[in-house]
Design a protein around this ligand. Structure first.
Ligand SMILES: NC(=O)C1=CN([C@@H]2O[C@H](COP(=O)(O)OP(=O)(O)OC[C@H]3O[C@@H](n4cnc5c(N)ncnc54)[C@H](OP(=O)(O)O)[C@@H]3O)[C@@H](O)[C@H]2O)C=CC1
Ligand SMILES: O=C(O)[C@@H]1CCC=N1
Length: 270
């Protein structure tokens, strides 16, 4: 990893996932600057990572080679306005849902903008992040961003910026859909007389095993599903019940709702 300074604007969940990865990859805490107005969160960053976060931006941000925008989309404009004087010379990386790269270029004063959409498994190095670069970003700068995100998991470039809204709806929000499903499995476990903890272990191990099998196999998810589904058996009963409730259509509608919201966030706060 290079010796450049990386400045994070916002030191919350997603910034912490990336910071943790960078420190594990060998960056020195002194290479990481964080602007975080929330005092308890600054204390947490100090305790967890040994970082001295700033309550507000200052001229030290001018030393950053890369600036990572990790505030809520709703707060982007407010967060960026006081920093423009210092961040314009840097490569910009956003993790914010929805905010268009043109807005980030305008607010930061730099056309060198990469938008990313990571997800929370980044915390354990098993995330996947969609990436989009504005034309002014060089091949070397794309590689810099890939290196910065590598400790958090995989990356996937998209050519059209609007596709990041779909990535947001699939993999950015996706961990929450998965935990929603696990919550329902746990509730069903209790309905059947198991404890919630037994349900949690069975559901999580089953989902992790199924995901690992899907990744390791050349077969499609449909084939893998059919292989579990014995004729006239228990899985058939469950899948038939889900089809009767149109669960697949409901999931598709939910993902499209997330995509629509990502686009709205861009229009409202970009
Ligand atoms: N969580 C997720 O799964 C994912 C999130 N994202 C994106 O990451 C971004 C951050 O989300 P997340 O980490 O979950 O949110 P958090 O609320 O955990 O982190 C944002 C942090 O920014 C701080 N902040 C608020 N105003 C400013 C400011 N003016 N300058 C600097 N920092 C400020 C917040 O402080 P305070 O709490 O006081 O407001 C907060 O600590 C969002 O844009 C989201 O779309 C992307 C992919 C996945
Ligand atoms: O819910 C959100 O808006 C953010 C973006 C993707 C995951 N969390």
């Amino acid at each position: 990893m290079s010796s450049q300074v990386i400045a994070f604007i916002g030191g919350g969940n997603m910034a912490s996932a990336i910071i943790g990865g960078l420190l594990r990859a060998g960056l020195a805490p002194a290479q990481l600057h964080v602007v975080e107005p929330h005092a308890p969160q600054r204390d947490k960053l100090r305790a967890e990572f040994g970082l001295q976060a700033l309550a507000a931006g200052d001229a030290s941000l001018g030393r950053a080679g890369t600036v990572v925008w990790a505030v809520k989309p709703q707060l982007f404009a407010e967060a960026a306005a006081p920093l423009r004087a210092w961040v314009g010379g840097a490569l910009q990386l956003s993790v914010m849902a929805g905010i268009p790269s043109a807005s980030i270029a305008r607010a930061s004063g730099s056309e060198r903008v990469v938008r990313s959409m990571p997800n929370t498994p980044a915390l354990i190095g098993q995330g996947i992040a969609g990436l989009y670069a504005r034309p002014a970003v060089s091949a070397e700068e794309r590689a810099t961003i890939e290196g910065l995100l590598a400790p958090t998991g995989q990356t996937l470039w998209v050519e059209r910026e609007e596709d990041l809204d779909a990535v947001t709806a699939l993999s950015g929000s996706g961990p929450a859909y998965f935990f929603f499903f696990v919550e329902a499995m746990m509730a069903a476990a209790v309905d059947m007389g198991l404890t919630a903890e037994q349900g949690r272990r069975l559901a999580l191990a089953t989902c992790a095993g199924a995901a690992a099998l899907g990744l390791a196999s050349d077969e499609s998810p449909t084939t893998l599903r059919e292989r579990v589904t014995s004729k006239g058996g228990t899985t058939h009963a469950a899948i038939t019940a889900m089809q009767a409730d149109a669960v697949d259509a409901a999931i598709r509608r939910a993902v499209l709702a997330a995509q629509k919201r990502a686009a709205e966030l861009g229009r409202e706060f970009g």
